[in-house]
Design a protein around this ligand. Structure first.
Ligand SMILES: C[S@@+](CC[C@H](N)C(=O)[O-])C[C@H]1O[C@@H](n2cnc3c(N)ncnc32)[C@H](O)[C@@H]1O
Length: 369
């Protein structure tokens, strides 16, 4: 049993079951035993591989997407490039290298990295310090927004899925919050609250389902994060791009999942030793973007979005200058864009100030409720 499982069992035995959100938050972000706080989980030797770790093309194209949006806005100076949950810093390194080819961008831009994990922040520093851009790190988005200047361009890949969700189950007595408690043998087990859900969930659960046993999910942290991004963009100019696996319209279903060493495990099996995520509800992201004062676009499927912003051409160029790596480049292109791989499950949503259409999107793709 992991040290964190011990601690959770003790806490639940003393004080009663905890919400799924508290469970996820503790597993990922406990100061010493949380999943992201103690290790670098990426790559073949780790638990999972993300798009920027698959190919430099991903970060480069997102960097050029920022450039296209910045130039379309008249190249305002200064500007802040904010990344939420930068992992190993690979996306930011590739984006800055590509964007840095535009001469006026480097002196105008300041990169801000929002990262809670000291272990990953150290990896990011090794990767980025000396890249020629002004760099700052922050624990929270609020700090990045208040300590940054000018228009804000925000990138977040596989960040929203790591924020803690609440789950609710439709029982014979109505909706009840899903909790993590202990079974008769003292092991971690799902249970439900006796009392009705907290007030914040009422609107979300209304008309969601009539099927007893249905599970609905809600992530207040996603809503809060997106609203803050949107409010900053509406006030200061800029764009945001959220890339994640998820669904386009709010639906019912249990999407909480745990991954350890590239395989799915039960979410209650290895607290603190497995990555815990949930699929992102892009309708909730869009609503938060609208409340914050921006226009949301998409979601587009990742394969379609990357094709529109030029991944095919980039792959051809890269292969032409690295003929020995041609098959690896083609394999990475396929992995990122093929519908049967990451191309369809992963989705892309952008936020823009009113009247602006973000690069890669059509005006007709503004999100409609
Ligand atoms: C799945 S990783 C994605 C990493 C990177 N974006 C990539 O694509 O490779 C999630 C990242 O978000 C960070 N993170 C998770 N929750 C966070 C929070 N509440 N605030 C800031 N960073 C967080 C993790 O430490 C990690 O860097």
């Amino acid at each position: 049993m992991s040290a964190l499982e011990d601690l959770l069992r003790e806490r639940i035995a003393e004080r009663g079951p905890i919400t799924v959100a508290t469970y996820v938050q503790t597993c990922l972000a406990h100061p010493s035993l949380g999943y992201y706080m103690k290790q670098d989980p990426f790559g073949v030797a780790g638990d999972f591989t993300t798009a920027p770790e698959i190919s430099q093309m991903f970060g480069e194209l997102l960097g050029l997407w920022v450039i296209a949006g910045w130039q379309a806005a008249g190249s305002p100076v200064p500007l802040s490039l904010i990344e939420l949950g930068p992992g190993r810093g690979t996306l930011m390194a590739d984006a800055l290298r590509a964007a840095g080819n535009v001469e006026a961008f480097k002196p105008a831009a300041h990169a801000h990295l929002v990262e809670t994990s000291p272990a990953l922040r150290a990896v990011q520093e090794t990767r980025l310090v000396g890249c020629g851009f002004a760099l700052s790190w922050h624990d929270k988005l609020e700090a990045a927004l208040s300590e940054s200047e000018g228009s804000v361009f925000i990138l977040a890949n596989e960040f929203l899925d790591a924020l803690p969700i609440h789950q609710f189950v439709l029982t014979d007595e109505g909706w009840r919050e899903r909790l993590v408690g202990l079974d008769e043998a003292g092991a971690l087990a799902f249970t439900v609250a006796r009392e009705p859900p907290p007030a914040f969930a009422e609107n979300i659960l209304r008309n969601r389902s009539t099927d007893v046993g249905a599970i609905a999910e809600f992530c207040p942290a996603v809503v809060g994060t997106v609203q803050q991004c949107a409010a900053a963009i509406a006030a200061r100019g800029g764009l945001a791009l959220f890339v994640d696996y998820g669904y386009a319209r709010s639906a019912v279903g249990d999407t909480l999942q745990a991954v350890k060493e590239h395989a799915y495990v039960s979410p209650l099996e290895s607290p603190g030793d497995a990555d815990l995520t949930a699929h992102v509800d892009f309708e909730a992201v869009a609503r938060a973007g609208l409340v914050g004062g921006t226009v949301p676009f998409g979601p587009l499927e990742q394969g379609e979005f990357l094709a529109r912003i030029g991944i095919g051409q980039r792959a051809d160029l890269l292969a032409a200058s690295n003929p020995d790596h041609e098959s690896a480049i083609k394999e990475a292109l396929d992995r990122l864009t093929n519908e049967a791989r990451m191309g369809s499950l992963f989705k892309v949503m952008a936020l823009a100030p009113s009247g602006i259409v973000p690069p890669g999107f059509e005006a007709s793709e503004a999100f409609e409720l």
